[in-house]
Design a protein around this ligand. Structure first.
Ligand SMILES: Cc1ncc(COP(=O)(O)O)c(C=O)c1O
Length: 414
């Protein structure tokens, strides 16, 4: 079944906006995506019809309670969780990780070891570095391999010890785009008795996630990267969450849902979050997916991945054909399934900010800088104050948009 790109595009009102007659080309997706009208409507109708705090007997409060429950269930379906109780929703991935790191590491002892990677975004580095400093933990770093662009099992094997308490690992890099074999790495870390915290922020817009299959303890994502509102979500396994102490108000109970969510939730955004998951279910139905919401989500991801794959190939081949461009990540198209379509590169002779601005001048939105992948640029020896140029495809982009970006990039060198 062909991907219904026209129907998809018409679901996103932002894609039709022009500036001075010039269409907007959104290739800034790794930092945030546009949202379907249905998500906008869910947020505004929540603010109109369900706008109250939680716990009352009146209709607006009861409706707000349902909004919160529904969002947790939606994310449980999205991530393949066993129950909505395993879902923690908050402002964004980084804040939630800082918050949860305190609970996760509370009983760690000075000299206990945590493993971080050189491939991760600061959101999965700084919270652990901070708590390590507070508690006297030892931080060990796993490099990524610059041939495979992944964290290799050998590197993990060498770093594990009987003091390893936790590994914080990304599913896909927000700079190189490469995907780690998180299932295999999780199995190794679990066998050594460590907890596994996975940052799936960059993977979540592109591939389906099955937390039970991975076997990790925690997995984080952010819905504004997958066509939703600005929220962060952490899944934690029931067994681990139940035993974790929570930093919470005294009047909040020990029931899992809410235990790690401090204060009043962003209720209207949670309404948008459910609508975001339902967007995937809608997409799944468009391409013949059937059955439960989870089944439709999986069908949507299969179709979106099949649609994105050639676009990623077109982008990579196009970039490789421009003299002076060096891609930092997988370029072998036989290995394209080991990456998400987030492609970073240097353009010899042209500063990243110059390239990014040149494309912005043509209404093509892309990024430059280190994009918070500080450790990645350090390992690659790229100047931190300059970073790279980054183009990221989402499943609402088209071949014409990728061509247009490539033309503009080629023109810079002429
Ligand atoms: C891989 C990765 N992890 C974490 C984050 C941080 O997410 P948030 O903005 O929700 O804190 C980002 C944001 O770009 C990211 O790309």
């Amino acid at each position: 079944m062909t991907f219904p790109i026209e129907r998809v595009r018409s679901a996103f009102p932002a894609l039709a906006i022009t500036d001075g007659g010039e269409a907007r080309i959104y290739l800034d997706n790794p930092a945030g995506t546009q949202v379907p009208q249905h998500v906008v409507d869910a947020i505004s109708s929540c603010l109109i019809g369900s706008n109250a705090n939680l716990g009352g007997y009146f209709p607006t409060s009861l409706a707000a309670g349902s909004v919160v429950d529904d969002a947790h269930q939606a994310m449980a379906d999205f991530l393949g969780a066993r129950s909505a109780d395993e879902i923690i929703i908050g402002a964004n991935m980084t804040s939630l990780t800082f918050h949860l790191a305190r609970s996760i590491c509370r009983d760690f002892k000075p000299g206990d070891e945590i493993l971080l990677t050189r491939m991760d975004h600061e959101g999965n580095v700084a919270p652990w570095l901070t708590i390590a400093e507070d508690l006297g933990l030892v931080v060990k770093w796993l490099p990524f391999d610059t041939e495979t662009w992944q964290v290799e099992p050998d590197a993990l094997e060498a770093a594990l010890s009987d003091r390893t308490r936790l590994i914080a690992l990304n599913y896909a890099s927000n700079l190189t785009g490469s995907i780690n074999d998180v299932k295999a790495l999780t199995a190794m870390a679990k066998a050594a008795g460590a907890l596994v915290f996975i940052d799936a922020v960059q993977l979540a817009p592109h591939r389906s996630i099955d937390v039970q299959d991975i076997g990790c303890d925690f997995l984080a994502c952010s819905s504004y990267k997958f066509f939703g509102p600005h929220l962060g979500i952490i899944w934690g396994s029931t067994e681990v969450l139940r035993n974790l102490p929570a930093y919470k108000c005294r009047c909040v109970g020990e029931e899992l849902m809410g235990k790690f969510e401090t204060g009043t939730p962003q209720i209207e955004l949670l309404a948008g979050l459910t609508a975001t998951v339902d967007y995937y279910a809608w997409l799944g139905k468009q391409i013949g997916g059937d059955g439960s919401r989870r089944a439709q989500i999986l069908a949507a991801f299969d179709a979106a991945h099949a649609y994105e794959r050639p676009l990623a190939g077109q982008l990579i081949e196009g970039l490789l054909s421009i003299p002076d461009v060096t891609i930092h990540g997988i370029t072998n198209l036989n290995r394209i399934d080991h990456r998400v379509p987030t492609v970073s590169f240097s353009y010899n002779g042209h500063k990243p900010a110059f390239v990014s601005k040149a494309l912005s001048d043509q209404n093509i939105f892309i990024w430059d800088g280190h994009n918070y992948a500080l450790e990645v640029v350090r390992q690659l020896g790229i100047p931190e104050d300059e970073g790279i140029v980054r183009i990221g495809i989402a499943h609402y982009n088209t071949e014409d948009e990728v061509d247009r970006a490539l033309e503009c990039l080629a023109a810079i060198g002429k």
